[in-house]
Write a protein that binds this ligand. Sequence first.
Ligand code: ADP
Ligand code: MG
Length: 414
Amino acid sequence: MKFEDYRISDEIKKSLEKLNFKKPTDIQFKAISPIMRGEDVLAIAQTGTGKTAAFAIPVLDRLQFSKNRKRGDGIKCVVMVPTRELALQITDVFNEIGRGTRVSTFCVFGGVEQGPQIAKLQDGIDVLVATPGRLFDLVSQGHIQLHRVEVLILDEADHMLDLGFIHDIRQLITKLPRQRQTLFFSATINEKIKELAYSLVNKPVRIQVSPKDPVAKNVDHSVMYVGMDDKRYFLERVVKENPDKKILVFVRTKVRAERVLKAMERVGVESMTIHGDKEQKDRNDAMKKFRKGEVKLLIATDVSARGIDIPSVEYVVNYDLPEQPENYVHRVGRTGRGTEKGIAVSFCAPEEKPILDEIQTYLTKDVKVLEVDKDDYEATIDFSTDAKYDWRTLIKEAEEEEKLGRKVKKKKKK
Ligand code: ADP
Ligand code: MG
């Protein structure tokens, strides 16, 4: 079935055509109709399979023709997301698909002044995309009315219902009308969170797509055993062997992100970092430059693991393994989006083996191992620009010079 055969508005069809979306992806095919019928939906589908449009299309269609279209009435749909970047991205998708529908979408998130956000809210909007903290603050201060909300969407739902967010989410839900549609979307979910999700909705929830292999089929992923201190040489090698490719690197902490940036700087590789300690302006700048390909290497913490859709990221490197096994799926899912193919490689140090085991248990299968033989391993370190200043190389150079010296002496004797 093509989008043109759907019973959605001409305006939306036109936008989809402009975006070059011809036919629905699997999850869109399965989720759009029940959402249009007003059912609650719990949708699990792999990363990069178009979950955003799967909820944006039917919701925009509904709001475009809603009888309570008067904007002054209040917000009609709330989309909750875990990060600021994801809030911006989803707002863009609503605005692109909703162009010509007069449904207006806006987002609020923390880390920036709330004044301009409040001013925009006063103009009246239909769809609000938000991170829970800021939404909660604005609701508490009376700047946001939620009594007209018809649809609540939790994107990255398992994460939103997890420890860090569940308190805010529960508080917010108490402010929403009981009669509403609730949609949960994610690439991963466990039984406990599923139960919790069910407990938050009035009607039974439909599970749409539940892949056996949570890793997207377009991602070729493998693991490489690398000593903790050698990881930078292997990253340098990946970067230098793929000079034209956009590479997204995940590290365990903010401090490590900065450290890897410095290590790359030393070997003449330009990169940027994105993590929770950076100003929002700098986070946006890094995203923008990476999106455009002006910077080819972006070093991130798990703050960028979920939901972010950047075209033509061809490589994901797990410089450190993620501590939460499901984040493995989300991180490697930043490549291989839509119809693109992607490569993901994880550097596993001996001390990280237990984490790898946990990930493999979670995936219910082993991750393919990229064998590096001893010579290749040594060569990777030796070829590094940085290694020129490394003791190993210095000793080697000294030995070489000594040999050379001996040869010269021998020649002289003759
Ligand atoms: P998910 O949320 O499942 O990880 P996204 O909603 O971010 O995936 O979409 C992934 C990519 O697929 C985006 O770049 C989006 O533009 C593209 N996409 C979504 N739906 C379609 C479609 N029907 N046809 C072509 N491309 C699509
Ligand atoms: Mg998504």
